[in-house]
Write a protein that binds this ligand. Sequence first.
Ligand SMILES: [Zn+2]
Length: 411
Amino acid sequence: MDKKELTKKIKSHLNVLCSEIGERRVGSKENRKATAYTKTVLSEQGWHIEETELAVMDWTTAGATLTCANQSFEVFSSHYSLGCSVKGILLAIDSVSKLEKADIKDKIVLLYGEIASQQIAPKNFPFWNPEEHQHLISLLEKGSPKALICATERNSATAGGVYPFPLFEDGDFNIPSVYTKDTEGEKLLACVGQQVSLVSKAERVQETAFNVIGRNSAQTKKRIAITAHIDTKINTPGAIDNGTGVAVLLALAELLKTETNPIELVVFNGEDYYSAPGQVKYVEQNLGKFGDIILNINIDGAGYKEGLSCFSPFNLPKNIDNALREIFDEIPEIVEGLPWYQGDHSLFLQNACPAIAVSSQWFIENMECQELTHTPKDNLSIVNYERVAECAIGAECAIGIAELIRKISQA
Ligand SMILES: [Zn+2]
C-alpha cells in the first residue's frame, strides 16, 4: 500500500472516531461504539480478537448552580463527582497549612490560589500519585465538609488546555465538588462567612467499557505490543489525543497482517480516566509475564499539523535502538523525541519493558503551555493526515513503525 492510499484510510478511520462518534469518555455509548469499530477493522484484517469487559462508571451532569444572598456564580460539576444540593457557611482556604488547621466540618469550602494550582491525582490512580496529593485528599476526607468549590487557573502540565480545570476528577472521591474560574473565586471571597447554596446535578452510573486486543497468528511467546488509547476526556472529540493513535494502530493492522513476528495490537481504554481501568486490567493479565514483551510501541499525540513526528526511545536494547536510528536516518519526517511519561508506555517501563513513544514533536515540546488537549479544539482541524500515515508507513517508501518491526526481526 502506498502512502496516499494509507492516508485516505487513516482519514476515514479518524472521521468515524472523531466526527461520527466524537467524545469517547469511558463508560459512554460512544466509547463502546468506538471499541466495536476497532474490533471490526481488526477482525476484517484477520487478527484474532480478545475483548476484555471492564466494569466502569459513567457520569453525567445537568449543570450546577451556586448562590450567595441574591448573587449567583458560574460553577461546573467536577467530572465524576457526586451531585449535591446543600446549604452551608462558606469558608475559603488557599494553602495546605491553612487546611491542616481549619475546622471545615459541614462547611462549604472554597479552595483557591496555591492549594488549587494543580490537578489532584485521583485517589486510586495507579501510575502517578504524589504524596502531597494523597495528603490533601485525606485532610479533606477527615475534615468532612458538605461540598467543595474549586477555583482554578490554567495548568496545561497537569490538566491539559482546559480552563478552568476540575481540581478533582475522581469517581473514588466522595465529597461533592464543583469548579470555577480563578476570577469567579476572587469574587466569591466576598461571601466568606455567609451562607451559600450549592446544587450540582451530577450522577454516577454503572457501565461497561472494553479493551480490544488483536493478535496475529505467529506462535512464539516473545512479542511486540503496539498500543494506543481510544478513550477521551469529557467534552473533546480527542483527535490528536488519541484518535490519531488508534488510526495508526488500525493502519498497522493492515500493514502488518502478514508479519511473522508475534504482534499484539492493544486498544486501551482508560488513559484519560480517573482509574485507568483498561491499563490496570492489562497489567493484571500480564503479571509476571512482562518479560515476554520485547518492545512496547505506544502511539499518543501523533499527527499534529505543525512540526514533525517524534519517536522517543526508552531503555532500548542495542538491536532495537540501531533499527530505530536507521529510521531517523532514512526519514527526515520522523525525529528522535524527548523522554515524556504521561502515556501508556509508562506502564510498560514500570514493568521493565523497553518502549518507544510515538507522538508529535510540537506537543512534547509544548506540553506545559499548549491549550488544545482535553478541549473541543482537539478536533480534526489540527490533524495532518499525512503525518499520521508516516508514523505507520514512512514517507516515500515503507518506513515507519511497520519498517521498524521488519528491521527488528532481522536484527
Ligand atoms: Zn492521551
